[in-house]
Design a protein around this ligand. Structure first.
Ligand code: ADP
Ligand code: MG
Length: 182
């Protein structure tokens, strides 16, 4: 299978949000036939919650870029395994979540099946996705809108707050742990 550039959105608004994002990032780094090639800063973001179901807590969000030879379905399945292993409770699908992993783009492919819609249908509407996405890939073209991510951000109507956090992503669980010498 061809190599594809993909983008995955991370979000958490329950428990130790930063720790869940850090653990998810570490698990994404272990995804087979894939490598992480970019990680945005973390952002603390006001919930976008038109139905009032997500709770009042702000989210931590970020975006990860990867190269992979997995299919989009395989990526989704592995993201769901990571969500599960980090305690995402699917019986409360629309409530607060320990971790939410969304496949935002799978190369320039457009996919619409009952289980998977790519590019993610709300990607171009959400400041909490476009700000971290633009940080790591401003020139990436949205395959449906046919506009670059930075252009989508420039004309975005969503006014929910998005504040960059001063934390280095990947610092809590680095991929090359320091060996302790006694
Ligand atoms: P949201 O992320 O929209 O708040 P959920 O994470 O609860 O909602 O939605 C999960 C469902 O969305 C899964 O059943 C999954 O099959 C479906 N889904 C469709 N497209 C995508 C995508 N691009 N990324 C992740 N999940 C998706
Ligand atoms: Mg999701």
């Amino acid at each position: 299978m061809a190599n594809e550039t993909i983008f995955i959105g991370l979000g958490s608004n329950e428990g130790d949000r930063l720790d869940f994002c850090e653990r998810a990032l570490r698990l994404l780094q272990l995804m087979p036939r894939s490598r992480v090639t970019g990680v945005s800063s973390y952002y603390e973001t006001e919930p976008v919650d038109p139905y009032g179901v997500l709770g009042t807590g702000w989210f931590i969000n970020g975006v990860v870029r990867m190269e992979t030879t997995l299919s989009a379905g395989e990526v989704l399945a592995l993201c769901q395994e990571i969500e599960c292993s980090l305690g995402r409770n699917n019986s409360h699908r629309i409530g607060p979540r320990t971790i939410d992993l969304d496949l935002l783009c799978y190369g320039q492919h457009c996919i619409a099946t009952p289980d998977l819609v790519v590019p993610h249908p709300r990607l171009h509407l959400r400041r909490f996705i476009l700000v971290p996405f633009a940080e790591i890939a401003p020139q990436w073209r949205h395959p449906v809108a046919q506009r670059a991510i930075h252009e989508l951000l420039a004309c975005l109507e969503d006014q929910h707050q998005v504040r960059r956090l001063d934390v280095l992503p990947g610092s809590r669980y680095p991929s090359h742990p320091v060996t302790c010498l006694s």
